[in-house]
Write a protein that binds this ligand. Structure first.
Ligand code: GDP
Length: 291
């Protein structure tokens, strides 16, 4: 768990050595709970990446995210809180601490670790004081200054997490990396491309729905019809771009990603539709899998 942008998805992808969670420089990228499975020679770890939790969450969407995060926390055998070295412990981080179980370091219950990420961005002497502050704020089992991007201390952190797991049989076959259906991942890949190619208010107004997924079209191709929902017509115009140029770029990049995922050529048929205020519409939220 951690506030948006501290690098949770980056760390997850590094742990899994492949791209499961989507990563971007914009907050609110990971909207729903997401599971990555890492099978090591002597352990299997299932990662739940919680969505960001916002202060003063007001919209239905934001409330749903808080709920999803709480559920993920309650289910975990081990918790890892993430902060970022440049910012130190912000008020938002402190808010999140309140979601952690209350107890002493030796106490029974779920071990809670801390990772201070992005240490590649700060001088070393700025990190020690943060470790001290962290210790005063919460009895973490162990604290790790890491860089999810460059890999500093990531192996050590992973070992600590693996060692603190309860013993049990593996839940998934060793070859499986995620329990997310390929379609959901395709949906996320399209949304990721929209995030990369658009700015300001458009990214947060976007949802993607796979409407049709047909295999074996004209040889081995997969036909995928997807709709990108935006909240306003002005956003639809931006997203389509001049003579469809932007949508084409989004489509081309997303198609490549889906082909890698599906291991087959894909024909991606991409549409943009306006669904006014879908983030506040319970019916729309359910259709889009957020309800
Ligand atoms: P999330 O919202 O917590 O999942 O954060 P992301 O994983 O999407 O990362 C947010 C941004 O921080 C992205 O632009 C990442 O490339 C960047 N980032 C993540 N980890 C590191 C790191 O260790 N060092 C640096 N310099 N940047 C990082």
């Amino acid at each position: 768990m951690g506030r948006p942008n501290v690098g949770k998805s980056t760390l997850l992808n590094r742990f899994l050595r492949q791209k499961i969670a989507i990563v971007s420089h914009k907050p609110e990228t990971t909207r729903d709970r997401l599971l990555g499975v890492l099978t090591l020679p002597d352990a299997q770890i299932l990662f739940l990446d919680t969505p960001g939790i916002y202060r003063g969450a007001k919209t239905l969407m934001a409330k749903h995210q808080v709920q999803v995060a709480r559920e993920a926390l309650a289910e975990a055998d081990v918790l890892l809180m993430m902060t970022e070295a440049q910012a130190g412990f912000t008020d938002e981080d402190k808010d999140l601490l309140r979601l952690l179980p209350k107890r002493s370091p030796e106490g029974e219950g779920v071990p809670v670790f801390l990772a201070i990420n992005k240490v590649d961005r700060v001088k070393k002497d700025l990190i020690l004081p943060q470790l001290a502050v962290a210790g005063q704020l919460y009895p973490f089992r162990e604290e790790f200054p890491i860089s999810a991007e460059s890999g500093t201390n990531v192996k050590e952190l992973l070992e600590a997490l693996a060692h603190s797991l309860p013993e049990g049989p593996p839940h998934y076959p060793g070859t499986q990396v995620t329990d997310r259906p390929v379609r959901t991942m395709a949906q996320e890949l399209i949304r990721e491309q929209v995030l990369l190619f658009t700015h300001e208010e458009v990214p947060y107004s976007v949802a993607v729905l796979i409407e049709e997924w047909r295999e074996g079209v004209r040889g081995a191709k997969i036909y995928v019809r997807a709709t990108i929902y935006v909240e306003r017509d002005s956003q639809r115009i931006i997203l389509i771009g001049k003579a469809g140029a932007l949508l084409k770029k989004v489509g081309q990049a997303a198609r490549k990603g889906i082909e890698t995922l599906a291991e087959r050529p894909v024909f991606l048929d991409l549409w943009v539709k306006v669904a006014k205020n879908w983030r506040k519409d319970p019916v729309m939220l359910r259709r889009l899998g957020y309800g």
